[in-house]
Design a protein around this ligand. Structure first.
Ligand code: NAD
Length: 479
């Protein structure tokens, strides 16, 4: 059994308490690694180290072009090791190998390359001033960043924080999700091998209420960048308020995917299916509420259900698998609970709704479709984080917009129509952070991603994320 130490100050170390925990392969239900478990004292050590590296080390002082070059070197090495990283990621969290290989790992590298190129492009401003003074601004790194990430795309979501934070000259302490620490530890090995100075990246694997909470409440952390559930986001906001720590929160969603009757139905069905079943539905932006216009409702249901039934569920390491297991048994039970509630509240379960046992002892679930759903039902209100599509009818544009916005969440949305004006009207009307028109689930390293309402605040990716890891200093010069 492979044992992973934690990574602090450029060294692989056991936890101070000597504790460790098991990482389970969700495809088999078996333990695939033992990992050193960080407690409060390990977090203390990691934050102290990151602080030292920020205040006294070369990273924040280095020519930004040199920082960028080092990040490029890491990206290049990641390309060489892409297949290995994809396998580790799939074994760790259950994403089908074709999705890690063709989607997640390339996207992770792309993000790193984007910010490697941005490292020397941060600039301040010279302000208009009278003759007797000179005002300018500097954009400076914040200091030590605490990054708390979930288990659904561990490598990619970690890189969304690490790449802009490091490009801007910060140092970082990462707390991976307890379900998926292994791929992140493999990733930092590459940073280490490519010469990242000691203490710039530190990883403290462990649990949320211990290691995570210690990081959030630590006065030596200058910002918390969090991705996870809305409930944990609320706890983090409370705790961070103690020492007025800035935070960014990428939280849950219940995203609408709206299909008008003039859309290309074939494309809409394929991408609505991808939008909810990609990543086993464990995607913050999953298009879990599919709104279909009355006139195409019956045809849509018939074809969408066939599509769902054709998805090959199986071991994530098998290259023919199209949908892998849920990340844990707990997650599987949660999905079962929601399916029962859906049935009780009167939604019509058309297909799926049960465990898929033919794939073995892992945590497999069948692609599930509920129709005749209303926004008032629990399955349309709460984030299930599983492969469960709720299909809801609408009559016209106004009805679609009203229903799409009838949620506490505001992360993403899809709109399917060939009417250009309507597409843009909808894009303006929907209260979310990202609108995909005739597309779903696509990301671009240069385009900001994040939520509104209870999906959180702050943006990842793009120039916006880089700015979130810096602060502005004003300098007044008397002439
Ligand atoms: P979670 O909130 O339970 O855990 C996320 C991380 O927070 C883990 O590392 C966990 O250990 C840590 N954590 C838990 N309690 C903590 C505490 N009290 N203090 C500090 N850290 C704590 O979420 P999850 O179930 O692992 O992930 C799924 C959720 O994440 C979903 O709601 C999903 O929508 C959301 N998510 C959002 C995005 C986005 O970009 N908006 C992306 C992926 C996932």
């Amino acid at each position: 059994m492979k044992y992973y130490k934690m990574f602090i100050d450029g060294k692989w170390v056991d936890s101070i308490s000597g504790r460790s925990f098991e990482s389970i392969n969700p495809g088999t239900g078996e333990v695939h690694a033992i990992v050193a478990e960080a407690g409060t004292e390990d977090v203390e050590y990691a934050v102290k180290t990151a602080r030292q590296a920020f205040e006294n080390g070369p990273w924040a002082r280095m020519d930004p072009s040199e920082r960028g070059r080092l990040l490029y070197k890491v990206a290049l090495k990641m390309r060489e090791k892409a297949e290995f990283l994809a396998e580790v990621e799939s074994a760790d969290n259950g994403l089908p190998i074709n999705e890690t290989k063709l989607i997640e790992i390339p996207a992770t590298i792309d993000v790193l390359e984007f910010y490697a190129g941005m490292a020397n492009k941060l600039s301040g401003e010279t302000l208009a001033s009278p003759m007797n003074r000179f005002n300018y601004t500097l954009r400076e790194p914040l200091g030590v960043i605490g990054a708390i990430v979930p288990w659904n795309f561990p490598l990619m979501l970690t890189m969304w924080k690490v790449a802009p934070a490091l490009a801007a000259g910060n140092t970082i302490v990462i707390k991976p999700a307890e379900q998926t620490p292994v791929s992140i530890l493999e990733l930092v090995k590459i940073f280490q091998e490519e010469g990242l100075p000691d203490g710039v990246i530190n990883v403290v694997p462990g649990f949320g209420h211990t290691a995570g909470n210690a990081l959030v409440s630590h006065p030596g952390i200058d910002k918390i960048a969090f991705t996870g559930s809305t409930r944990t986001g609320q706890l983090i906001m409370q705790s961070a308020s103690e020492n007025l720590k800035p935070i960014s929160l990428e939280l849950g969603g219940k995203s609408p995917n709206i299909i008008f009757d003039d859309a290309n139905l074939e494309d809409a069905i394929n991408m609505a299916s991808f939008g909810i079943y990609f990543g086993q539905g464990q995607v913050c932006a999953a298009g879990s509420r599919i709104f279909v216009q009355d006139s195409i409702y019956d045809e849509f249901i018939e074809r969408f259900v066939k599509k769902a039934q054709s998805i090959r569920v199986g071991n994530p390491l098998d290259s023919t698998t199209q949908m892998g297991p849920q990340v844990s048994n707990k997650q599987l039970e949660q999905i079962e609970k929601y399916v029962s509630i859906g049935i009780e509240e009167g939604a019509n379960l058309v297909t799926g709704g049960e465990r898929f046992t033919r794939a073995g002892d892992g945590y497999y679930f069948t692609p599930t479709v509920f129709e005749n759903v209303t926004n008032q039902m629990t399955i349309a209100k709460e984030e299930i984080f599983g492969p469960v599509a709720s299909i809801i009818r609408f009559s016209d544009e106004a009805d679609a917009l009203q229903k799409a916005n009838e949620t506490i969440y505001g992360l993403a949305s899809g709109v399917w129509t060939n009417d250009l004006k309507r597409a843009h009207r909808m894009a303006r009307g929907i209260k979310v952070g990202t609108v995909w028109i005739n597309a779903y689930s696509f990301l671009d390293s240069g385009a900001p991603f994040g939520g509104t309402k209870q999906s959180g605040f702050g943006r990842e990716l793009g120039v916006q994320a880089l700015e979130m890891y810096t602060q502005t200093k004003h300098v007044w010069v008397d002439l």
